[in-house]
Write a protein that binds this ligand. Sequence first.
Ligand SMILES: [Zn+2]
Length: 262
Amino acid sequence: MNYKINYFNEDKKPVIAVVGCIHGDETVGRKIILRLRKMKIRKGTLITIIANEKEMEKNKRFIDQDLNRSFPGKSKGNYEERLARNILKITKRADFVIDIHSTTTDVKNLAIITKKDKDTLDLAYAVEPRRVILMKKDIAKKSFINYCKVGVSLEYGKDGSNATYDNTFNSIMLLLEKAKMVDDKKRKSKSKCRKIDYYKMKGMVKKTRKDVLMKNVKNFKLIKKGDVFATRNGKKLLAKDDFYPVLFGESAYDNIFGFKAV
Ligand SMILES: [Zn+2]
């Protein structure tokens, strides 16, 4: 497979926005953006935004509410609602948006999309992640990328990990090279040896504070109907259907284990 974006072959000047720190406690986006800002852009425009600097300085996820549940925002809303509006004012001119996140649970090179039109799918595959997942509409309703023309969120792994940083950076550089915005270093394309798996999110798996996840539950390792995936007060919780756990055990989630996908 060769994951291309046809738009880049036309004689246009692409505008790409890279946004990091939508969640203030996720620092990988900031590191990548500071590196991108030093690069020479040969063609088009690269917009970079460190979204939540105020929270980031305090290592807090948000001030009033989760920014990624605050879009499209409000001019007279709370801190994040106002911030959401201001971010969209900048990103509305971007043809493509990359939104960098990190996790506390183990996931590898996951690209999240909220729409499944051809342009969005092209973008998600062009960054050559290991997996692509389409979010469920009602869950994605107030997320940032849902308000971008063409956008993808990258959740490549734990925040402090070098692999998360390197792989996220590599994906963004692959895109910028395909767009001919930077010199082509013939970066190693991973798609030649591996296909990208596609998932659809079905919903969330609720939890109470006392629930304990089984140790053998791993993200993207199939749970079958009837499997025990957690315990509640010592009682087994059985899966009602087959699903792939996604972002299970993410510490930012209070009342869900994570998401389920097929
Ligand atoms: Zn995040």
